[in-house]
Each structure stands twice: as structure tokens, then as C-alpha cells.
Ligand binder design. Structure first.
Ligand code: GUN
Length: 182
């Protein structure tokens, strides 16, 4: 029996110039290519050529960033089932993720619920609700939304950052399994 090969990113991050890394992986953090740039500045080795290893280093860059930078990354996320989604204005990753969770299939009542929660959440916290939606359906997302609305700001900010790191990890795994040649 052959041993399973580790999942590898292509192009290999360790072989990328700063420009190449940003071109291929800069968008795994929504509108925030500086996270990939900061990871590159750390010095990438072959150990970073798996999605998990690159995701971990990029996540560390976000955890170590100033709270101003962290808030900007959270704010770069579109509302779930929001107006931008309905107008087809999301990034390709967000479109796929939101559709994958069935958010494009909400009933009028569910859309109204998302609209209410998106506003109430942003009013309370000053940034949009972010959750890694992979594996969740819209009912689970709505339940998490209602629950997280009760958190205090510090907890919710850390939760949003952790969720964004998870989203980026899923996006990198997806890149490794859907090798693209652009
Ligand atoms: N989780 C996964 N994708 C998204 C997104 O596009 N927006 C928000 N708010 N959360 C997400």
C-alpha cells in the first residue's frame, strides 16, 4: 500500500516571489493581500507548501496584527445573504461559500431575518458578522447569528478573527484540490 501524499499548493509558496504569492494567495483573506505579504516576509520554506502550514502562518500574521488592522479585515467581509450577495457583487470565494450554504435559496422570511440580524449585529459591534459557513446550512448559520449577537465586543472580535482564519484555511485547501493555472 502506498502512503498518501500530503496535499500541496501549486504554485509552491516556497518558490513564489512576493508578487506571485500575492497573485495566487493574496485573496484568501477577503480584500486583504497584506496578510499573504506578511507571511512571505517571514521567509517561506518547503514546510509552507501545504495548505495547513501556509494557513497557520497566515493566521498568525492576522493574530499578531494591530487591532486596527484586524478590524479592517473583519470589515472587508460582505453581509451574509445581504444586498451585495443578491446583486452578484461578491468575490468568487464569497459567492461560492454563500451559495454552498444555501444562502441564495432563502425564503423571503429568512432574507428578512438576515437583514434584521445583519443590521443589529453591525449596530452593536461596528463590523459585519463573519462565520466559516462550510458544512453549515442557513438554519445553523441563523442560530449561530442569534447566539453570537449576545456576546460582548472583545469576545466577538476574537471570534470573528478565528472564523476568518478558518475561512482562509478552507480556501487554501480548496486551491490545493482545484489546481488552477492562471
Ligand atoms: N463566511 C464565509 N464567507 C463569508 C462572507 O462572504 N461573508 C461573511 N460575512 N461571512 C462569510
Amino acid at each position: 500500500m502506498s502512503t498518501p501524499q500530503p496535499l500541496l499548493l501549486s504554485p509552491a509558496p516556497s518558490k513564489c516571489s512576493l508578487e506571485m504569492l500575492t497573485h495566487h494567495y493574496g485573496d484568501v483573506y477577503e480584500h486583504s493581500p497584506w496578510v499573504a505579504e506578511a507571511a512571505w516576509q517571514q521567509g517561506l520554506t518547503e514546510a509552507h507548501d501545504t495548505p495547513d502550514a501556509l494557513a497557520e502562518l497566515m493566521g498568525l500574521m492576522l493574530q499578531q496584527a494591530s487591532s486596527d488592522q484586524q478590524i479592517k479585515v473583519i470589515q472587508a467581509h460582505p453581509d451574509l445573504a445581504g444586498k451585495a450577495a443578491m446583486a452578484g457583487e461578491l468575490t468568487q470565494d464569497s459567492t461560492t461559500e454563500q451559495a454552498g450554504a444555501g444562502l441564495d435559496q432563502c425564503s423571503p422570511g429568512e432574507f428578512a431575518r438576515f437583514e434584521y440580524l445583519n443590521s443589529a449585529y453591525k449596530e452593536k459591534f461596528g463590523f459585519p458578522f463573519v462565520i466559516a459557513v462550510k458544512g453549515l446550512d442557513r438554519h445553523a448559520i441563523l442560530a449561530a447569528f442569534e447566539e453570537r449577537l449576545n456576546n460582548d465586543v472583545a469576545i466577538e472580535r476574537q471570534t470573528a478573527i478565528e472564523q476568518i482564519i478558518r475561512i482562509a484555511r478552507f480556501r487554501l485547501i480548496d486551491r490545493a484540490t482545484n489546481t488552477c493555472f492562471s
